[in-house]
Design a protein around this ligand. Sequence first.
Ligand code: GLU
Length: 477
Amino acid sequence: MTTRTRFAPSPTGFLHVGGIRTALFAFLVARQAGGQFILRLEDTDKVREVAGSREHLIASLKALHLDYDEGPDIGGPYGPYIQSQRLEHYRQWAQKLIDAGRAYADPYTPEQIQAFRDAAQAEKRAFRYRDHRPNNPPEWDGTMPLRFKAEPKSYTYHDEVMGDVTTSPEVVDDFILIKSDGYPTYNFAHIIDDAEMNITHVIRGQEFISSMPNYLALYEALGLPRPVFAHLPHIMNEQGNKKLGKRDGAKDVLDYIRDGYLPEALDSFIATMGWNDGTEQETFTMNELITKFSLSRVQRSGARFDEKRLLWTNGQFIRSLALDDLAGRVNDFWPDSAAGADEEYRQRVLALVQDRLKTLRDLGGFGYFFAEPEINMELIDSNKQLKKLPEHERRELLETAHHKLATLTDWTPDAIQTRLNELLEITGQKPGILFSLIRIAITWAPFSPQLSDTLALLGRERTLARLERGIAAFSAA
Ligand code: GLU
């Protein structure tokens, strides 16, 4: 049987790392088996629907290279792939259950149901719909909810992540199949769709585990084969003490892309939230993920969302890119001052700073390669060693540096480094003071690549001019 997995989001907002993890794992299982990955939109809860989320979900999957083989925008042999367009399918299956005596119209008003609940609570017993089945249910005309008539029993199933599970008969109850607004519930619709779409693996969040007894009862009543189940543990906040929510930084994955994160870094990071391949390997290319991923190695306990590890992972992926590839991705991230700069010079800047980029956005901090940086004395005042150095000594050090570098004709990183080392001897200063001072006078930025490389790339004229500017700045102070 061809492996077919699906990602079935509800269009209720953006996708954060948790949603993408579910999609990614389903994608990997399908790709590994040479099967198909399907996108299905579960839009039967019209109250929770958020305008624009359908497009947003699709854009997010595409941005992370999670290409699906069938879906709402591309069609496929089992469409439509939007639940609100499949109402007739659900009605037909519901009719089968009615005919088999396994579904009934629920005649109660919300107030009556509340009264049943209150009575159960007063008697300290669990409230169950199946204890209140009407003796003569009305014929179902679509204006009342249609309820499943459950037969309480124990079920056993295997979960690829959670292991073998046995459920208690107590928890099986009469749940709603079709609501009074004509839309099916998730509980009913997903089972019909998964069966009609020949889905072999249901991969979703652990919040659905508690409903498994009801689902198993429904597969049984409908005579449908059970798919393989895999319930993924929650993603926890950084402290690991509660489920990741928007307040703990669960942001839209498209925002990460806008902030200069690479899709492959996000995929690797998200895959390793709760999964590893049994070795120490920390980052994985998509091809490695497709080869190595297995549901059985997904951990059962909650996975921690560690944004610092995401940043580190992104830096690793940026480093590993071929320069041309990187160049093709940074168009939107150059500092304004780079506009109009020579293409070859830009490439050289990129090659030099590549290892220092944690996100593509960091490229914006290297404007000093293109334009005169603004003098910022804060950088001196906040430097523990430089702030203690008297003003005239700062100036004298820069004058000596200017003098020494002005006579250098072979303007290469090695020759510059040799001169810088000689400067250390002449001045008797520590690199932490001398080199930091020169670096700040040249870049007026908190970080820069290796000093000799930076000066080599800026060129002799610009280096000397900036040193002069630094000298003047310290004289004025
Ligand atoms: N529509 C469900 C949700 O958004 C999907 C659950 C499933 O994958 O079956 O949570």
